[in-house]
Design a binder for this molecule. Structure first.
Ligand code: 2U9
Length: 345
């Protein structure tokens, strides 16, 4: 019996040593120390032993059980430590690795240019005014000195909803509405950005929907000098301090006199080159003194009040500033085009 017990001890200790994880170790514990295990089985035969041998074998059995229990406990600690070490190793984080960059978007080039222009005029005391894109014929044309049936209407064909309702062809109706709200009292000093619509065939320089920013100042003693000074500040801020401006006579129904503003060509500085079509100048915007008819229709006394107005297309401004060749790039949302404006965000 002694031999059988010692043999069991040897085998059990060997199996404990060989256990590679906690599950296997538990199996060893159950198979050797359980109630139906081989040690109990061997000790059951003690009845056949002499009275002298019996307590000896009982004590040996208990000692072996204890030895195996201790060995299992030690192995348990060893395996647990191993498992923790393995887990720690697997989960090690290299804090020196560079982080993954978060993909961010950027403002649309038109939004950028519009916000830049807005900031400039806000700095000069202007307020931003907005209005509906679906507009009444009255505010889009009539109030701006385009009478019904007048040839001046031919310059701006629109998309009509009904005979009297259309997609606005410019942001000028916002100025007309704002002036009316002032009930004949100045000053009015506003900047009106927004989308406008024209019945045009799309090509590199035309789009049936584009952006406009128009400005309007109405007060006593406003002169053409105020207009010229304002436009000069605008041109130098947006295109660079080294650019010159010039005003050429023009015609708009809502202004009299009307002008167009050019800036000196940045490539040839006025000498004449391919970019400026040999003129030395590049056309940027239109402007003028508010027509007395427009002042009167909006409820202002044209003997007491004068005003200036200007209008520009941010699409054209952005094309000139960033050297963009085709207006359609703004509206087709090719990510490769848009991503180029992510700098300085
Ligand atoms: C009111 C009175 C006057 C706004 C003006 C222009 C000249 C002009 C065009 C430039 C290019 C628009 O984007 S574009 O096609 N605009 O040339 N706009 S003066 O004059 C106004 C507006 C409203 C009540």
């Amino acid at each position: 019996m002694e031999q059988k017990l010692k043999e069991l001890e040897r085998k059990a200790l060997e199996e404990v040593r060989a256990a590679s994880d906690l599950k296997e170790l538990n199996q060893v514990r159950v198979s050797y120390l359980g109630k139906k295990g081989p040690i109990t089985e061997v000790l059951r035969g003690m009845g056949k032993l002499s009275a002298e041998e019996r307590p000896k074998m009982g004590a040996l059995g208990n000692m072996i059980r204890e030895t195996i229990t201790k060995a299992i406990e030690n192995k348990n600690v060893e395996l647990e430590n191993e498992a923790v070490a393995k887990k720690l190793e697997a989960e090690t984080i290299d804090v020196t690795l560079p982080g993954r960059s978060v993909a961010t978007g950027n403002r649309h080039p038109l939004t950028k240019i519009i916000e830049e222009i807005e900031d400039l005029f806000i700095g000069m005391g202007y307020k931003i005014a907005e209005g509906p894109e679906v507009e009444q014929d009255y505010y889009n044309f009539e109030a701006l000195n385009f009478p019904k049936g007048h040839p001046s209407r031919d310059m701006q064909d629109s998309f009509y909803i009904t005979e009297e309702i259309l997609m606005r062809t410019h942001t000028s109706p916002v100025q007309a509405r704002t002036m009316k709200k002032h009930e004949g009292k100045g000053p009015v000093k506003i900047i009106c950005p927004g989308k406008v619509y024209r019945r045009d065939n799309d090509d590199a320089t035309h789009s049936h929907q584009f952006m406009q920013i128009e400005g309007l100042v109405v007060d006593e003693n406003i002169t053409m000098g105020d207009l010229k000074g304002t436009l000069e500040v605008f041109a130098k801020k947006i295109f660079g301090a080294d650019r010159e401006i010039r005003l050429r006579p023009s015609f708009f129904p809502f202004t009299e006199p009307s002008v167009e503003m050019d800036i000196s060509c940045k490539i040839c500085h006025g000498e004449g080159c391919r970019v400026c079509k040999q003129t030395g100048w590049i056309e940027v915007l239109g402007a003028g003194m508010v027509h007395p008819n427009v002042l009167e229709m909006a409820g202002f006394d044209s003997k007491k009040y004068t005003g200036f107005a200007f209008g520009m297309g941010p699409d054209r401004i952005a094309m000139l500033k960033y050297g963009i060749e085709d207006i359609r790039y703004f509206y087709t949302n090719d990510i490769r085009f848009l991503k180029q404006f992510a700098v300085q965000e």
